[in-house]
Design a protein around this ligand. Sequence first.
Ligand SMILES: C[S@@+](CC[C@H](N)C(=O)[O-])C[C@H]1O[C@@H](n2cnc3c(N)ncnc32)[C@H](O)[C@@H]1O
Length: 260
Amino acid sequence: MALYDVIGKTYAQTRRSDPRIAGKLREILASSQASTVADIGAGTGSYALALAEYAYHVLAIEPSAMMRSQAIAHPEIEWMNGCADSLPLSDQSADAAIIMLAFHHFPDYRQALSEVHRVVGSGQIVLFTYDPAMISSFWLTEYFPSFIKEVESTFLPVPQLVDEIQTVAGNVVNVIPFPLPHDLSDSFAAVGWARPELYLDSGIRNGISSFAKIDDSELNSGLSRLKEDLQRGEWDQKYGHLRQQSQYDVGYCFVHRPAV
Ligand SMILES: C[S@@+](CC[C@H](N)C(=O)[O-])C[C@H]1O[C@@H](n2cnc3c(N)ncnc32)[C@H](O)[C@@H]1O
């Protein structure tokens, strides 16, 4: 069974699109004329909707039935069951492709890139992803140390990702760092960088695949240490300055191959 058929039951509740991420995505897409956008690994469609509401036609590709069952309906979103390594789309049928926090889930990422290139031709390719080189500096790993290995083995280092895209699709590839706002509304793994209490909420953790992958003893010990440190003020002593920051570069970025 696909991972998101198991962990995706409440995804639509905690993983709403963040308006700042959606705004940056639209700003990037506006760099060339694009009206039809393929959203690969579209999930429940939160970013598809953020484009459809701005007059884009979105081809939303998603393999998990659980995620598609929560799909957001919009006349400009066409939902399709499919995987990145064999896209149910014809050659050059989209002006651009977006892959939002999904690339690290694709088992054959080279084949996926080649499929994306086939579908967009000379159009734009935009990924929103995480640079695993940053993971060990994130305070959360003090409580859940196996996140380091898990993230390093799951996410492609950004320089390698850039090379892979250049090899398959040519053209320059730009990396655009995206510092996270303190009140991020898409509750992905770093959502609590300035709001540690969020990780004590099982509803938030359920929408984060990294939490689904750690074993129960590490999870329980990390949660009780975090709870205690918060109660005793120790977290605030060490990291309380983060609560005052409006944004923080945890390691997320857009990777963009502009239209040729
Ligand atoms: C973290 S979710 C992101 C969903 C959505 N892009 C978003 O930002 O809300 C990752 C998604 O990738 C999908 N996925 C996993 N393997 C895939 C594959 N081989 N091809 C396409 N999508 C895949 C999962 O089912 C899941 O919906």
